[in-house]
Design a protein around this ligand. Structure first.
Ligand code: HEM
Length: 407
């Protein structure tokens, strides 16, 4: 078991800006009635920046303007080390490429991914995504109830992702469990062993594709040249590691949070059934309200940044889920309002490391919502059942028990 210490705030910080917030399992997540609700409460407590005394002490940045500035200040806030609490005594696992490379080197490593994950390339998969969505939803529609997380939102994006990467479909459950533990498990020993196991499985596929390339992303990565040099197997493993953890947990949970909200808002559901052309816009607003990925940075130097004395070595959480609820940007920010005109949310991050998979994620969520609205009548949370959630680097819904009147 790891020991987690509480750390005194840096000198010069207003005591009113010191809070106790444990982003893995904060008590607010339960007391507020859910993680999205807790994020709204947290914003009222600290609109821009605070120092959390939990998990060894770390800065939490959650104002819309300051978080964008922090994401862009890669000289001050580096993504080369991403652990809260830091455990420098443990050997660092394989770096995630390109996420853990800071600019200016980062651009050359990101380019091969942006080339593959363009909106145009991803739209080519819309038929495949819809076919799978229809199959999964039609399986549960006649039942009148389901754990929508395990039946649909977990399977749809993950099976598509396995296909893009060229991983083994039969290992679906293993991949999911490893990804979940690696991004959300608060015990770093458990987390690191899940990462090790995932790397072992990925390396097996890399070795197989080196011997016999196929039409998949791993084979594509193996053929890359970066800065005029052919990539090494280790570098490909770094790409695969990031894609594995980014692809196997994010969309599934984003979809589940959107569905949970809709299950609690019958008027919005009804409107999306009557006006399906509004679904793409509604997806953006649902994503704004339910960003699932807070991200970590390490401070590289002492600086008075926006009036906060940050120090070299301080860990930082860029709390995108809360920043999207900034009232200075979005009126009545904690409400999903699909009549909002500008939804310039930052659920996919900001700056150089902005999400590469965002076009794919958007298409998958829109298709899922379109097919749900066609195939499942008014749905709600099953009375008497909870929707268990978990914090961490990807906010998780563990089960989503829904009921509806079967056709
Ligand atoms: C709803 C789903 C998703 C959300 C909310 C999300 C969110 C994010 C965020 C916030 C970042 C910035 C990380 C940082 O600054 O430290 C990011 C980066 C990234 N995401 Fe996503 N993501 C999603 C889906 C995906 C998918 C499906 C993939 C892959 C297929 C993906 C691949 C990546 C990659 C490769 C990066 C790193 C980019 C870089 O370092 O330049 N993401 N994502």
């Amino acid at each position: 078991m790891e020991t987690i210490t509480t750390t005194a705030p840096p000198s010069g910080i207003d005591p009113a800006l010191v809070l106790d917030f444990d982003y893995y399992s904060d008590p607010r997540y339960t007391s507020a009635g859910g993680i999205p609700e807790a994020m709204a409460e947290l914003r009222v407590e600290a609109p821009d920046v605070f120092w959390s005394t939990a998990l060894g002490g770390y800065w939490v940045i959650q104002g819309y303007d300051v978080i964008i500035d922090a994401a862009k200040r890669t000289d001050l806030f580096s993504s080369s080390y991403m652990r809260i609490p830091p455990r420098h005594e443990l050997p660092e696992p394989h770096p995630s490429i390109p996420l853990q490379i800071d600019p200016p080197d980062h651009a050359a490593f990101r380019a091969p991914l942006t080339k593959v994950f363009t909106a145009t390339q991803m739209y080519k998969r819309v038929g495949q995504i819809r076919e799978l969505a229809v199959e999964l939803i039609d399986e549960i529609a006649p039942l009148g109830k389901a754990d929508f997380f395990t039946a649909v939102t977990e399977k749809l994006p993950v099976l598509i992702f396995i296909d893009i990467m060229g991983l083994n479909k039969a290992d679906f459950r293993t991949y999911r469990d490893l990804a979940k533990a690696a991004v959300g498990e608060r015990d770093l020993d458990v987390r690191y062993s899940s990462i090790d196991e995932a790397l072992r499985l990925l390396r097996e596929v890399i070795i197989a594709r080196t011997a016999k390339p196929e039409d998949d992303l791993i084979s594509y990565l193996l053929e890359l040249e970066i800065n005029g040099e052919p990539v090494s197997e280790d570098l490909v493993l770094g790409y695969c590691k990031l894609l594995f953890f980014a692809g196997l947990d994010t969309v599934a949970n984003a979809m589940a949070f959107c569905m949970r909200y809709l299950a609690m808002d019958q008027t919005l559901q009804q409107r999306l059934r009557e006006e399906p052309d509004k679904i793409p816009h509604a997806m953006e607003e649902l994503m704004r309200r339910h960003a699932v990925a807070p991200v970590i940075r390490k401070t590289m130097k002492d600086e008075n940044w926006h009036g906060y004395n940050v120090r070299a070595g301080d860990m930082v959480l860029l709390n995108y889920p809360a920043a999207n609820l900034d009232e200075r940007m979005f009126d009545h920010a904690d409400k999903v309002d699909i009549d909002r005109e500008r939804i310039n949310h930052i659920a996919f991050g900001a700056g150089d490391h902005r999400c590469v998979g965002r076009h794919l994620a958007r298409i998958e969520i829109v298709v899922m919502l379109e097919e749900v609205m066609k195939r499942i009548p008014a749905f709600r949370i099953e009375p008497g059942k909870d929707v268990p959630m978990r914090g961490g680097s990807v906010l998780n819904i563990e089960h989503l028990p829904l009921v509806w009147d079967p056709a």
